[in-house]
Design a protein around this ligand. Structure first.
Ligand code: TXA
Ligand code: MG
Length: 319
């Protein structure tokens, strides 16, 4: 039977037995398993219905002992780690052989992250292995930012959800590939490109991967499906074509005339992108198909976390 609570010992015990446990992080909830135990990791893929070509991130409390898992970290890693870890950034680095190929989908690199959520950190500190964890949603669906979102999808298949409350960041981590000549951002996320550039002191590129040739293979174009058609763009032009009574809306700070109040989600009335990011996935989940035909989502300012918000909304609009 599924249980939800803040019992770190219980979560650690299950993970040590090779079970899958849902864990809180500051970005989104994860479906975690012992990263060094192939059988445990295989269950994560199965539960999530995730294709085996899509690699997982490993989670650690700190960089102590990191050399067991990755090699050639280098100066960019050192600078970013000191500035932003623990926090919403994931580093892709050449892997050591201890990390099973299943975790990395056969890639010679592994993605590593150091979550900031205190409960998650305590759990990681109590374990002698890293946790491999994708976001705790079925493949292609919206990532969970609350324990209840996880319970809604995995009611029958999980023994325990470690409940750490609502995720503070609410967007997945920013992924940066440090395995090549120059650092390359593979996924926009909870840490902005501007912050990364400021620390590295140079231009850093973002390469959006496509489903035909995925560099970050999980970043397929159709993702984050809210289960209702979604249009993303300039609200004034989107509003021209619709019956407002039958629309839901996701907007940054302003309400929209003509759309019923209970069908509107204003992510940050005070115009704060951080707050908007933390509310985005909850908003995407909150609409019911019987009440509306389409969700209209505003194009956010293309700067800071606004870029990651636009990225998720664009993916949510691909059906
Ligand atoms: O915030 C997060 O990153 C959350 C929390 C739970 O930590 N995790 C998360 O995991 O978003 P997931 O599995 O939903 O997304 C991981 C992404 C996928 O797009 C995957 O393709 C990419 O990381 N990835 C993993 N290993 C990689 C590698 N070696 N090279 C390139 N991309 C990699
Ligand atoms: Mg995911």
């Amino acid at each position: 039977m599924l249980k939800m609570g803040n019992d770190i010992k219980r979560a650690a015990g299950l993970l040590q037995e090779g079970k899958v446990v849902a864990i809180p992080t500051e970005t989104v909830y994860g479906l975690a398993a012992n990263a060094l135990d192939t059988k445990a990791v295989a269950q994560v893929f199965e539960l999530k219905k995730r294709p085996a070509f899509d690699p997982l991130i490993i989670h650690l409390a700190s960089a102590d002992g990191l050399e067991q898992y990755v090699k050639n970290t280098g100066p960019n890693f050192k600078a970013l780690y000191e500035a932003f870890s623990p926090g919403p950034i994931t580093y892709v680095l050449p892997k050591q052989s201890l990390i099973p190929d299943l975790v990395t989908a056969g890639h010679p690199t592994v993605a590593v992250r150091f979550p900031a959520h205190p409960l998650c950190r305590q759990l990681l500190e109590s374990l002698p292995f890293p946790l491999a964890a994708p976001s705790a949603n079925l493949f292609g669906k919206v990532s969970p930012t609350e324990a209840q979102h996880v319970a809604d999808q995995f009611e029958d298949s999980l023994e325990y959800i470690l409940n750490g409350g609502p995720a503070a960041v609410g967007l997945e981590s920013t992924i940066i590939d440090l395995s090549g000549e120059s650092p390359l951002v593979l996924r926009l996320g909870g840490l902005s490109m501007e912050d990364i550039r400021a620390v590295l002191g140079k231009e850093v590129k973002y390469t959006k991967s496509s489903s035909s040739n995925p560099k970050a293979p999980g970043m397929l174009s159709a993702h984050y499906s809210p289960g209702i058609p979604l249009s993303h763009g300039n609200l004034d032009s989107l509003l021209d074509k619709v019956d407002r009574q039958r629309c839901g809306s996701i907007s940054f700070c302003k309400r929209i005339a003509g759309i019923p109040e209970n069908q509107q989600r204003v992510l940050s009335p005070k115009g704060d992108l951080k707050e908007a990011a933390s509310k985005l996935f909850g908003a995407l989940r909150s609409f019911k198909a019987e009440d509306i035909d389409v969700i209209l989502a505003e194009e956010f300012p293309n700067e800071g976390l606004g870029r990651a918000i636009n990225d998720r909304l664009k993916r949510a609009s691909v059906s």
